[in-house]
Design a protein around this ligand. Structure first.
Ligand code: SAM
Length: 288
């Protein structure tokens, strides 16, 4: 745990979360309690595709002290442990951490918040988050915390979804809601979902958080699905914000959205399965 002195320094640098930010954080935390099982069933084979590049960008190898933030079911920490890293996975959802500990006993897992990490200053060589940043109420606060827990010369790296024109599964659901449902249902407002899909925004945010040598790349990923309803099912059972948007639709609208998404998936048929492009944007930087 952080000694009191370090904690108070940390909080002096940081403005407290607003009521809106706290509401968004609570919405995410409650949502991930319910989505933990669905997430693994629908997303494991997809989000794991970026891990090799993500861990390479953070030079994770034998002996590296690696922190995987928003670890979810533990994929990033697990792959790092396979490389011989001293891997820790952290997530604020107890069901996610229970699942991760059960699946991957070679890594250490604990419950903790990306915006107030329960670790000493300079205790890691690398901090990564795979599809975590876009769920945070205060991504800049995560970067401040990553900078604090990294040693000088340590690396931070994150992967997020490419914009919905390219990450086609997201394009499908957003278009279907726009065409057949209500895109402005009342949900706690959060930061723009695709903010870090833009490489210049990644560079700018790293710079203002005090990181150097920022680099951004694309990682090609393909979502292979057996069922033409697979994208709809994944979004409703395994996500929080997009799932919340779907769950808030009327039954009639939801049925039309589902049909539209099924039709869109059918256009990506390969023999008896479907292949949906879901590229990631991967950004990394160094703590000077
Ligand atoms: C989309 S999942 C990513 C899971 C995993 N990293 C992967 O590669 O598939 C997002 C995860 O972020 C976690 N999360 C969201 N906000 C968080 C926060 N403030 N602190 C810690 N974890 C958080 C959620 O509980 C969820 O497990």
């Amino acid at each position: 745990m952080i000694p009191d002195g370090e904690r108070s320094n940390l909080f002096q640098m940081t403005s407290p979360a607003s009521t809106e930010q706290r509401a968004f954080r609570d919405f995410e935390q409650n949502g991930w309690k319910n989505a933990a099982g669905g997430y693994h069933d629908h997303f494991a084979s997809l989000t794991s595709q970026s891990l090799r590049s993500l861990l390479d960008a953070a030079t994770v190898r034998q002996g590296v002290r690696l922190l995987d933030v928003c670890t979810g079911p533990g994929y990033g920490a697990a792959v790092a442990a396979e490389r011989g890293a001293r891997a820790t996975g952290m997530d604020f959802s107890p069901p996610m951490i229970a699942q991760a500990s059960r699946r991957y006993p070679r890594a250490r897992f604990l419950v903790g918040d990306a915006e107030a990490m329960p670790f000493h200053t300079e205790s890691f060589d690398a901090v990564v988050t795979n599809f975590g940043l876009l769920h945070l109420a205060r991504p800049e606060q995560f970067l401040r915390e990553a900078r604090r827990v990294l040693r000088p010369g340590g690396l931070v790296a994150f992967a997020v979804w490419a914009p919905p024109e390219d990450a086609v599964g997201f394009g499908m659901v957003l278009h279907a809601i726009q065409a057949h449902g209500n895109p402005v249902v009342p949900l706690p407002p959060g930061p723009p979902f695709f903010r870090f899909s833009d490489s210049s925004e990644c560079m700018r945010t790293f710079r203002s958080a005090g990181f150097a040598d920022a680099q951004v790349q694309r990682v090609a990923q393909l979502w292979r699905l057996k069922d033409p309803d697979g994208v709809f099912q994944a979004m409703i059972a395994g996500t929080v914000r997009t799932g919340g948007l779907l769950r808030a639709q009327s039954p009639l609208a939801l049925a039309a959205i589902r049909d539209a998404m099924r039709g869109a998936v059918e256009r990506h048929r390969r023999e008896d399965w479907f292949e949906i492009p879901m590229p990631a944007v991967l950004a990394s930087a160094v703590k000077p």
